[in-house]
Design a protein around this ligand. Sequence first.
Ligand SMILES: Cc1ncc(COP(=O)(O)O)c(C=O)c1O
Length: 415
Amino acid sequence: MNASKSTIAPIPAGELARRMLSAKAEQFTESVIREMTRLAMKHGAVNLSQGFPDFAAPAEIKEAARQAIADDINQYAITWGAKPLRDAIVEKFERTQGIRVDPEREITICCGSTEAMMSAMMAIINPGDEIVVFEPFYENYGPDAILSGATPKFVKLRPPDWTYDERELAAAFGPHTKAIILNTPNNPTGKVFTRNELEFIRDLCVRWNSFCITDEIYEHILYDGAEHITMARIHGMRDRTIVINGMSKTYSVTGWRVGWAIAPPEPTAAIRKVHDFLTVGAAAPLQHAGAMALKSAQSYYDKLAASYAQKRARLVKILEQAGFTVFKPRGAYYIMTDISRFADPDPVRFPADTKDVRFSKYLVEEIGVAVVPGSSFYNDARDGASQVRFTFCKKEETLAAGEARLARLAEQKSA
Ligand SMILES: Cc1ncc(COP(=O)(O)O)c(C=O)c1O
């Protein structure tokens, strides 16, 4: 036995990566955002990088999950989602956005909005298809495009208001444009797209016969009177819009992995097939708890937004005091900042190609605060080289600890 073992030659070094692994997977790296959380833990840093709350989820929602398990909701739900949750989504979408959808033919419950987005892209993309993506963009959209086989066309959102240039956007559309990916309220910029902007995008989608896939996971996290308008509500877009949403951010349960896609019957049929063979379904008891969560009174959503407004004010002040140029968000729970006023950290001690990554390494290792380098939100890393993103979905103690550590940065700057 031993002799026959020794005759099998090992796979030559480099061969695995070169010939035996997927060329698609070779094209992207692991998530920088999630990597920053690991670095925060390694260096004992205050984690203001990844967008997950570090405070408790609402007691009633947790109780509903406990009850669902006690009631033996332990087996697969229908692959496209438990009926009570689909019904609750219909009711809430109509109450908040005035659109009635069919729970039997227009909703697919997935493992988080992450899977809903991937299933939607895989359901509509063919070889040669292009998608239009605003940048800076939520980093998942890059790998989503590669894995589904779409060619992304990037269009800049520019600070301080993160507006787009209409001519640039129009030029990104063409006969091969299958879809535009929208994210409003937006991560990382906090931009909330206005009705006028949505109507301009609508005109391009209609002209080029494209879908709009709109990630609306921060729909309830809005400031200064900003209004969330779903693209599905824009006249002429109901038939060509795929709405992506989920429980993660609205109910502070990012680890539950419950999200959904709302789309017209034909794309939904395709999304459901992809979803079925990707994951079969999201956790059944948590879908039942979701049904209860979505019935929360309006006061719940008002309190959520008010609490985040306070946290936003707190972090804006902390960052301004520390010397960052702050772009105040109108929605979601992130702050993009400009770091041009800070010196570039030593590239020998903090090796990286761009300043934002060197600065983020310096922050996490020396100052003790984890952030996300701006380049991870851009196709060309150089475009994000003078930006870093902070999140404020954190307890007051966490923000206060971040404040104390960032003060050291301000001291060094003035020294
Ligand atoms: C814009 C955006 N979409 C989707 C997600 C992930 O959502 P889920 O937890 O539902 O997969 C995030 C998480 O940060 C996000 O910022």
